[in-house]
Design a protein around this ligand. Structure first.
Ligand SMILES: Nc1ncnc2c1ncn2[C@@H]1O[C@H](COP(=O)(O)OP(=O)(O)O)[C@@H](O)[C@H]1O
Ligand SMILES: O=C(O)C1=C[C@@H](OP(=O)(O)O)[C@@H](O)[C@H](O)C1
Ligand SMILES: [Mg+2]
Length: 177
């Protein structure tokens, strides 16, 4: 149990949670979704935290939760907004391979139909498209690997991501499937 984690980063709607659990199953790893840990710790839904406490407080809670994670051999689906926390990203980078799920803005917009209830960390007056342009350079700068996701099914992506990761994972555990 000394292997690195695989951490998905990317915009909300890029597929981090969906692909995370399936990749973990495919590779025989554990799975963790930081959004679920936040909700359990707070006893509230993400949207309620944002509505009640505001975006800045939500980001602090998220950063604190991520910095407390101590796991190995685990696929971790982060929330899209974790990228704003340099200490949280630094902590993840220490023992994980960061995989950026890259998806074009039109595809993100199409997937996010429930903006008001999904819990997106939007500042006052900020639109989803502004968030996209603000965050892309941050995801790019912190990714160990980038996976272009447009036009690919979940199954195709699991296959492609495992292939990309294989050399990195095999170098630390030759028995991994
Ligand atoms: N490769 C894909 N093709 C089509 N839809 C997808 C794909 N990956 C994820 N989705 C869908 O996109 C939506 C957002 O996925 P989700 O895993 O919640 O993203 P994230 O965790 O990055 O916010 C879900 O409805 C999911 O079913
Ligand atoms: O990008 C964001 O602002 C957020 C994305 C959400 O997770 P997903 O990226 O899994 O949708 C969740 O962490 C939170 O409500 C804020
Ligand atoms: Mg998610």
């Amino acid at each position: 149990m000394n292997g690195k984690n695989i951490v998905f980063i990317g915009m909300p709607g890029s597929g981090k949670s969906t692909l995370g659990v399936l990749l973990a199953k495919h590779l025989g790893m554990a799975f963790l979704d930081t959004d679920l840990i936040i909700q359990q710790r707070e006893g509230r839904l993400l949207q309620s935290i944002i509505d009640q406490d505001g975006v800045v407080e939500f980001l602090q809670i998220e950063a604190a939760v991520v910095q407390q994670i101590r796991v190995a051999d685990t696929v971790i689906a982060t929330g899209g907004s974790v990228i704003y926390s340099a200490p949280a990203i630094e902590q993840l980078r220490r023992d994980s391979i960061l995989v950026y799920l890259q998806l074009s803005y039109p595809a993100i917009e199409q997937r996010i139909q429930n903006m008001a209830s999904r819990g997106i960390a939007l500042a006052e007056g900020q639109q989803l498209v502004d968030l996209y342009h603000e965050r892309i350079p941050l995801y790019e700068a912190n990714a160990d690997l980038t996976m272009p996701c447009d036009g690919l099914s979940v199954d195709e992506l699991i296959f492609k991501i495992s292939d990309l990761l294989k050399p990195l994972l095999a170098s630390q555990d030759p028995t991994r499937p």
